[in-house]
Design a binder for this molecule. Structure first.
Ligand code: SF4
Ligand code: SF4
Length: 55
């Protein structure tokens, strides 16, 4: 399992620095590398638009 970012992402960048395994990459909508994500949930906690959820 991994967390995923949906279309509510406003590309604010807040989640990027919070991921302990650098699984998040920038874009119009940010993306989580499912292989690298350890399911910690930290990014979901800091996202202002609640765009990150468990898959
Ligand atoms: Fe990174 Fe944790 Fe978010 Fe996965 S759930 S992308 S490991 S911060
Ligand atoms: Fe997108 Fe949320 Fe990450 Fe900001 S914190 S870049 S809105 S997923």
């Amino acid at each position: 399992m991994a967390y995923v970012i949906n279309e509510d992402c406003i590309a604010c960048g807040t989640c990027l620095d919070e991921c302990p395994v650098d699984a998040i990459t920038e874009g119009d909508i940010y993306k989580i590398d499912a292989e690298a994500c350890t399911d910690c949930g930290t990014c979901a906690d800091v996202c202002p638009t609640e765009a990150i959820n468990p898959a």
